[in-house]
Design a protein around this ligand. Structure first.
Ligand SMILES: Nc1nc2c(ncn2[C@@H]2O[C@H](COP(=O)(O)OP(=O)(O)OP(=O)(O)O)[C@@H](O)[C@H]2O)c(=O)[nH]1
Length: 408
């Protein structure tokens, strides 16, 4: 990794790079600067880029972008519950996705006997999830099911594909009918889980059989119109994050606008695939309209990991508001340090590229929208570095539009 830009481009204390006070209602801070005009920065970028682009395969740089970001507001947090039979992997999925447990540690998880809640902190979308233990009779009329289902967006039913799954399918059907009758607006998503280590043929057969059986049985009881989405997942690869991304996207009212913007950006800048990533959770909240391949998601997700690692090495914002046990004078000092730290962090990695092709045609581009939201693009043919002015300009317009969408 090599920094392409000189220090002055993102020097936070320079008069040109005056930082706005944090006006945001929610913890959202821009790492971008306010006072440069787009053309000056873009010309400068191109010049620097052409002069300094090394012939190495991997590069990274930072720069200050021209526009300040106004406050963004998000609508309600995505909420969902995990259900399924015993040992199907409910706790593992919840802990790996929401609480960032290393997948291998799921081997030591204890059985769950009461509803377990989890919240993801620090991410752009503050996910909230709950795991419903198998033995809890949540569908029975005597149970207060409103306490569980009244304000969630999706039920995720997990089926263990390495085990006998017919009993799971009949419970799933009961749940689907219950939801259709009582909570028709709740999405139902089915994870055909633990697909790691299975042959492609077996995976495909299982997937087809589960889907077919559920649809047939639902049609027989008059609920054939109930829409259910199916995903093949495993906590040991990226498939679980891809599936969760799609579950979360369906809960976002802003999705159609984000998709349209990304599709336009891709067409204008010859981008092969673009994702808007929630950097902390590695869940993408939108992508363009071109077909989505798991390998594209994997490479972008790994790129996000690299960016997060670098941010952790070279400065990650301290958690503001964390309880402190220091005496008052030390606290004041700490607050001052924190403020200084925050203002210098505000200039750190806002943008980076990684090339993986000697011709320079194949490269990836990342641009932070804010500390927890990033645009990650796999650039296509015709988007070479000579087009950087165009790309930077369009990405600036895109970032402004995303901010406006979340302000509504
Ligand atoms: N191979 C494989 N094993 C998994 C996967 N996900 C979870 N497991 C394993 O499945 C076992 C059960 O996982 P749990 O998360 O405890 O399942 P649960 O549904 O919460 O179990 P209960 O709370 O007892 O109902 C653990 O040993 C996990 O390591 C997966 O994607 N692939």
């Amino acid at each position: 990794m090599r920094t392409l830009f000189s220090d002055k481009i993102h020097a936070p204390c320079s008069p040109a790079a005056e930082l706005r006070p944090d006006p945001f209602e929610l913890p959202f801070q821009s790492s971008l600067h306010s006072s440069r005009s787009a053309s000056v920065v873009n010309n400068w970028l191109t010049q620097q880029f052409q002069n300094e682009l090394p012939s190495t395969n991997e590069t990274s740089y930072t720069h200050g972008a021209p526009n300040p970001l106004p406050p963004m507001r998000r609508k309600a947090n995505p909420r969902f519950v995990f259900m399924g039979m015993r040992r199907c992997g409910k706790s593992s999925v919840q802990k790996v996705v929401v609480q960032k447990l290393p997948p291998a540690d799921s081997l030591y998880l204890e059985p769950t006997y009461k509803v377990e809640h989890a919240t993801m902190h620090g991410s752009f979308l503050h996910f909230e999830s709950a795991e419903i233990p198998t033995q809890l009779p949540v569908l029975s009329p005597s149970y207060d099911h409103a306490s569980i289902f009244s304000n969630i967006g999706a039920v995720i039913w997990i089926i263990d594909s390495q085990d006998e799954y017919f009993s799971s399918i009949s419970e799933l059907l009961r749940t689907a009918v219950f939801l259709a009758k009582n909570y028709p607006s709740i999405n139902l998503d089915v994870f055909i889980h633990k697909t790691d280590g299975l042959s492609e043929e077996y995976k495909y057969d299982t997937f087809r059989e589960v889907r077919q059986r559920v649809q047939d049985e639902l049609s027989d009881v008059g609920y054939g119109h109930r829409s259910i989405s199916y995903y093949q997942t495993s906590i040991f690869d990226h498939s679980i994050f891809e599936a969760m991304s799609k579950v979360v996207q369906k809960l976002l009212p802003q999705l159609p606008s984000l998709e349209t913007l990304l599709t336009k950006l891709c067409a204008t800048c010859r981008i092969q695939k673009a994702y808007l990533f929630d950097t902390v959770s590695k869940i993408y909240i939108a992508t363009d309209a071109s077909p989505t391949l798991l390998k594209d998601y994997e490479v972008c997700s790994d790129y996000v990991d690299v960016i997060v690692d670098i941010k952790q090495l070279y400065g990650w914002q301290e958690q503001v508001g964390a309880p402190s046990t220091s005496p008052p004078q030390q606290q004041e000092q700490q607050e001052e340090d924190e403020q200084r730290q925050n203002s210098s962090d505000a200039g750190l990695i806002g943008e980076s590229i990684v090339t993986y092709d000697k011709t320079g045609d194949g490269y990836m581009f990342a641009r932070e929208v804010n500390d927890s939201l990033s645009l990650i693009c796999i650039m296509g043919k015709g988007s070479s570095v000579e087009k950087r002015v165009l790309i930077d300009y369009n990405v600036d317009v895109f970032v402004d539009a995303v901010v406006k969408i979340f302000q509504v």
